[in-house]
Design a protein around this ligand. Structure first.
Ligand SMILES: Cc1ncc(C[n+]2csc(CCOP(=O)(O)OP(=O)(O)O)c2C)c(N)n1
Ligand SMILES: [Mg+2]
Length: 598
């Protein structure tokens, strides 16, 4: 190698430094020691964080972005090391979160020879096939001089359009092969690209006409509003037109849930006022939301939406999501923030705005009536004092104890359903969850990424006992990197969300969904609090509802890693005004209200 040449690993690391990537999260293997060597040289400019399971690294990179707004990178070895990553890639892909996964592979000179850890029986060095469905794109440079092009294109693909994770799969020798004298400069390439495209101007005019003429309009927001940085503009538009705002689970926090125009969650377990307002709306403005089954009561008309006759205006950066599940009166491909700017500018030029906003009084009054009915229905759950703790009370106590700047990262399971229904997030990143792929472990591990992104803010994971046990290696990472995260293990001695389905849809034929001791038949779990203590982390048990908020406050005050093992009942599911269908097995019934038939 000539003296001035950088090798492949150095080019990748130098590019990450130029893109101001603060951290890489990952796990070593022989397949990526060349990359680690390049990271070693630049350890003043970019921090390497070593974890105990590759999926943890991916979930950390994911939540780092959801909190910090900046993509980071992961490193995993060839073969099994990288085979532990797809669960995190898929999670980020379906929730449109970017991170760069640098995966190791076998040396190019050994392609097709069946070398140690090579996937070779269909095609040489075939990790790209493994992750084809799990990420936005895979790049696999097979010569050193291909690395500069691959890294800048990989970065561009990751952050432009609808963001998503990208894999840079690097054969062993390429990390150390001469690649270039200089690394591509972001300011000459990716830094100058804007994908904040606006909507067709005629479409904007039409959208404003429809909104001003509407009698019962509702705005529905998804995560496009949050990650697009459009929350402030959303508020301006909603207040200007006095239109109530509902959210999908992924859009939670796009508007302060205590704002008078905040309607709540649209879902099977969403409140009556949100589902009922949305299903009786005459115009629905959907922003950066994709109408999945959980947001739309499995598309069964009259529960979450009734489209048509509701006239849908659907705005999304990805035209693939427009008119996927519902017909549109107006579909607009646009960046949500730019669209909201266009909308505000168009509103400036219109007369009679005050009249339109005043005319909303009746609609908002009607919605207040729905809200009162719902609040009366749920009131008893907040004061339930049973042990194990009633899950609604648990969600309430956790929410109550968290300061306004806290970041709550939920895992997947019935606890997530309770949290999205009964927490009152105030900021776009107050309550983070996975809605597309839903991998257990997302919250257990993701909270570490949140803490790296927001070192001064309280970061709390509420996670199931099933998921915590699956990913308990995070305890060590919190200690090794001095991360004062808190895990509240929602311990119901079961894969309770799935057992709930066996009870609800299969006549209670329960199998493989709870944890029991073989001798006594009693509910069994390891002692999670003791497990935390064995790792050098404070661990406590809570059995009574009245103690939960205080335990969480004590954990927050300690500013040290902490685990609260909370004994929470599993026999209830959070009911709402929507439904969920499992085709072939039937559909749930709304806990409140019925089907709307126009
Ligand atoms: C990796 C993974 N495996 C399996 C599932 C299917 N699944 C969804 S929720 C759930 C139960 C989770 O149990 P727990 O973590 O205890 O949460 P709970 O539902 O009891 O609150 C399972 C098995 C999944 N989403 N992800
Ligand atoms: Mg559980």
């Amino acid at each position: 190698m000539s003296k001035n040449m950088l090798d492949g690993g150095q080019v990748i690391v130098d590019y990450l430094v130029r893109e101001k990537v603060p951290y890489v999260f990952g796990l070593c293997g022989h397949g990526n020691i060349g990359f680690l060597d390049a990271l070693y040289e630049r350890s003043d400019d970019i921090k390497t964080v070593s974890v105990h399971h590759e999926s943890v690294a991916g979930f950390m990179a994911d939540v780092y972005y959801r909190v910090g707004g900046k993509p980071t990178a992961t490193f995993t070895s060839s073969g099994p090391g990288s085979a532990n990553l797809p669960i995190a890639l898929a999670n980020s892909y379906l929730d449109s979160v970017p991170f760069l996964a640098v995966t190791g592979n076998v040396p190019t000179s050994q392609f097709n020879r069946g070398a140690f850890q090579e996937l070779y029986r269909h095609y040489q060095a075939d990790f790209p096939s493994t992750v084809r469905a799990y990420c936005k794109r895979v790049f696999q440079p097979t010569r050193g001089d291909m690395v500069p092009l691959a890294i800048r294109q990989a970065w561009k693909t990751m952050v432009t359009g609808r963001p998503g994770p990208v894999v840079l799969d690097v054969p062993f020798d390429i990390f150390k092969e001469a690649a270039a004298e200089e690394t591509p400069k972001p300011e000459e390439w990716n830094a100058n690209i804007s994908c904040r495209c606006g909507a067709d101007p005629d479409g904007v005019t039409k959208a404003v006409d429809m909104l001003l003429a509407a009698k019962r309009p509702v705005i529905l927001v998804g995560q496009g509003v949050k990650y697009g940085g459009a929350a402030a503009d959303l508020l301006r538009v909603a207040e200007r037109l006095r239109i109530p705002v509902a959210w999908s689970a992924s859009g939670t926090g796009a508007i302060d849930s205590r704002h008078p125009l905040a309607l709540g969650l649209i879902a099977r377990n969403g409140p009556y006022q949100a589902n009922h307002a949305a299903r009786t709306a005459d115009v629905l403005l959907a922003l950066g939301v994709r109408f999945d089954d959980r947001t739309s009561s499995s598309w069964l008309p009259g529960y979450s939406f009734t489209i048509p006759p509701t006239r849908l205006i659907h705005v999304d950066i990805d035209p693939d999501e427009i008119a996927r599940n519902y017909p549109v009166a107006l579909g607009l491909m646009a960046d949500v923030r730019t669209f909201l700017h266009q909308l505000l500018a168009e509103l400036e030029s219109r007369d009679g705005l005050a009249d339109a906003a005043a005319a909303r009084a009746k609609w908002l009054d009607t919605i207040d009536g729905y809200r009162r009915e719902w609040n009366a229905f749920i009131a008893p759950g907040f004061v339930e004092d049973a042990s194990p703790i009633h899950p609604q009370r648990a969600a309430y106590e956790i929410d109550k104890a968290l300061p306004e700047d806290a970041i709550l990262v939920s895992d997947i399971g019935v606890h997530h359903n309770w949290l999205i229904q009964f927490c009152n997030p105030r900021r776009p990143d107050s309550l983070i969850g996975s809605m597309g792929f839903g991998p257990m472990g997302f919250g257990v591990a993701g909270v570490l990424g949140a803490q790296f992104a927001a070192p001064e803010r309280p970061c709390v994971s509420v996670c199931g006992d099933g998921a915590f046990f699956m990913h308990a290696s995070v305890l060590g990472t919190a200690v090794e990197y001095d991360l004062p995260v808190i895990w509240v293990v929602w311990n119901n001695f079961a894969y309770a969300s799935i057992r709930g389905l066996q009870r609800g849809y299969l006549g209670g034929r329960e199998l493989a969904t709870d944890f029991r001791h073989p001798e006594t038949g009693a509910p069994y779990n390891p002692d999670f609090a003791a497990m935390a203590r064995s790792a050098g982390i404070a661990g406590v048990n809570v059995d009574r509802a009245a103690d939960l908020a205080d335990a969480l406050r004590a954990a927050l005050a300690s500013r040290r890693p902490y685990l609260i093992n909370a004994n929470i009942g599993a026999d209830k599911n959070p009911g709402g005004a929507g439904v969920w269908e499992l085709p072939g097995l039937g559909q749930s019934q709304p806990a409140f209200g019925g089907r709307y038939q126009p």
